[in-house]
Design a protein around this ligand. Structure first.
Ligand code: FES
Ligand code: FE2
Length: 448
């Protein structure tokens, strides 16, 4: 790739961002297909970043645990009596058996299935058969599970396999300021599906790092979100994370003459006690009116965090890509998480995870539009309650309309990545977050 082309692309940045990368990596197919590249990521990338291991509400009581598989690793997170959570590598220090084989549960202590060693919730060995028969001395009270840094923040349980890592707040950087404005701790996870998918984890990450694909891949989105990049703000942070601020309750300004109030916008107006007939032919004026109305009524309806939010948060989508594998999209009342994580051995596959968290619909919500106090999930309105994880076979069940469209495109891309004819991505300015993502991957894997 010529220097000229690199600098032109790097400078052509949309929205509010003007970051320039001097060392853009060429995004070639082997990054998605090669075992060698996958192993570098396993070795140098994933063990050095903060990962979300669970949703705090799923382990409320002391002794509750959840495990998180990440590539070939497995991390065990356990709620302690003081309410904190500790994280350990899920491996028995005796002879290396995997300690816990279930995803979630609650136990008085952890017992290894091989020789019966027992560990308390803090990870200390409390029982070993024939404890007197160890020439090194009785291991009880001495040996522990291998503990790693763990923090509970914004409703999530985070861990980092690097014992010398920066605290989570340093890893998140400016992103934390945004997260703090919302009320994730007050949410319930109302949707949770997981699926093995036929593409490398980075294919979908690239997808979430650009909105260039929206008009073609998700034409339905333009009814409600302005997908024109010229009206969208993008921020690329020095931490490797990035943010897209997409204007909501505003039909795409790409399409002239679409200023009629459509069904989605009408439902929003009614829910916030505004009259759709006041906006006939003027749907582009709804966003601002709705912001004012939400500002006025939101706190009375229980959405106290609206007081801390700028106007744009009340209507728009704030789509964060948390390096490397997670997207978290905030709207005023719901937050969704989508991520892909590496398959243990196959670079052509990954694990896709889709969550949605929602705030309680308030009693004063319009009973005509929401008589049963249901909240939004990616597929339908659902009850406001914590759900269990559902494992889905790819292609047999939906993972939501929009996600299905993205997963389909990433699957097609994985086929193309294996072609000799693919010489490397040729990015538009508005896809510069894709470039940022790959640049940061290389920073990690090239670091000693
Ligand atoms: S490997 Fe766990 S008790 Fe032996
Ligand atoms: Fe998409």
């Amino acid at each position: 790739m010529s220097e000229e082309r690199l600098s032109e692309r790097s400078k052509k940045v949309s929205g509010s961002s003007n970051r320039v990368y001097s060392e853009d990596v060429l995004i070639t197919g082997d990054r998605y297909t090669s075992i060698d590249f996958m192993e570098k990521e396993m070795d140098k990338l994933w063990p050095r970043v903060w990962n979300i291991g669970g949703w705090s509400n799923e382990i409320p009581e002391s002794g509750d645990f959840v495990t998180h598989p990440l590539g070939r690793e497995s991390i065990l997170m356990v709620r302690q009596t003081d309410g904190s959570v500790k994280a350990f590598h899920n491996v028995c220090p005796h002879r290396g058996n995997r300690l816990v084989h279930s995803n979630i549960g609650s136990v008085p202590e952890f017992t290894c299935t091989y020789h019966g060693w027992k560990f308390d919730h803090g990870g200390t060995l409390i029982y070993a058969q024939d404890e007197e028969d160890f020439p090194q001395g009785n291991p009880c009270g001495k040996l522990t599970l291998s503990e790693i840094p763990c923090e509970v923040y914004a409703g999530f349980v985070w861990y980092n396999m690097d014992e010398n890592c920066f605290p989570l707040s340093g890893f998140l950087g400016e992103v934390k300021t945004y997260f703090d404005m919302h009320d994730l701790d007050g949410m319930k996870r109302v949707y949770h599906k997981v699926c093995e998918v036929p593409f490398n984890w980075k294919a979908l990450r690239d997808n979430f790092c650009e909105s260039y694909h929206l008009p073609m891949t998700h034409p339905q989105i333009s009814d409600y979100f302005d997908d024109d990049y010229k009206n969208t703000d993008f921020e690329l942070f020095e931490t490797g994370h990035n943010l897209m601020k997409m204007k909501g309750c505003l039909p795409s300004l790409r399409n002239s003459g679409t200023f009629e109030v459509n069904d989605k916008i009408e439902a929003d107006l009614k829910n916030w006690d505004l009259d759709p007939t006041d906006f006939e032919g003027e749907a582009h004026k709804v966003r601002e009116a709705l912001q004012k109305q939400k500002r006025k009524l939101g706190p009375k309806r229980g959405f106290k965090h609206f007081n801390d939010m700028p106007d744009a948060w009340l209507t728009d989508a704030f789509h964060f890509n948390i390096f490397p594998g997670t997207s978290i999209t905030f709207t005023a009342e719901v937050v969704s998480l989508q991520r892909t994580e590496p398959h243990p051995i196959d670079p052509n596959k990954s694990i896709y995870d889709h969550w949605q968290m929602a705030l309680k619909a308030n009693d004063s919500d319009n009973p005509e539009t929401n008589p049963t106090m249901l909240v939004a999930s990616p597929e339908e309105l659902v009850e406001w309650k914590e759900v269990e994880k559902k494992v889905v076979i790819y292609g047999e069940e939906t993972l939501s309309e929009v996600a299905d469209q993205d997963l389909d495109r990433s699957s097609g891309q994985q086929l193309g990545f294996q072609s000799r004819g693919f010489k490397g991505a040729y990015l538009s300015g508005q896809e510069n977050r894709v470039q940022q993502f790959h640049n940061f991957i290389d920073r990690y894997i090239n670091k000693i």
